[in-house]
Every structure is written in C-alpha cells, then in structure tokens.
Design a protein around this ligand. Sequence first.
Ligand SMILES: [Zn+2]
Length: 90
Amino acid sequence: MKVKHIPLRKCIGCGLKNSKENFIMVVRPPKKGENSSLQVLQGKNKKGGRSAYICASLDCLKKARKTRRLERTFRSKQATETYSLIERML
Ligand SMILES: [Zn+2]
C-alpha cells in the first residue's frame, strides 16, 4: 500500500501547516522582470513561481498584514493591495 505524500505548506499568518488545497495562495508567476503582478488563488493550481500560503481566515490575514509577510516574501509594493484582495475572498 502506498502512502501518498502530501507536501505541507505553512500559513504566513498563524504558522500552522496544512496541505495547499486548504490555503489561499498568493503567487507571482515567473516572468521576465521582478514586477509581474501578484495573483491570489484558491484551491488547486499548477502555477510555479514564488508563492505564499495563508488560511482562509481574517485572523491570519491580520497577522500577516501586521508582520508585513507578503512584503517580505515578494519584495513588492503590490503586496499591500494583495491583502485587500485576499480579504475580499474570505
Ligand atoms: Zn493561518
């Protein structure tokens, strides 16, 4: 019997680990230049690039915002708007 390996991701808010299907994902697709736009995705996807995961929870969003996790992960000014995008998906 094979055990399926599920790679766990860590929430940028509370730090809990979960499989990525349970998170909202913020991704910057690998494109030319550092300024390709950040995308907010939910559920399964196959996009590559730099990514961050967060629980679908307002608490986690607040924590991430407070500690400027997205700014640090993506080194992008767009991160600020991205918090609002996530908020709208909750
Ligand atoms: Zn969380």
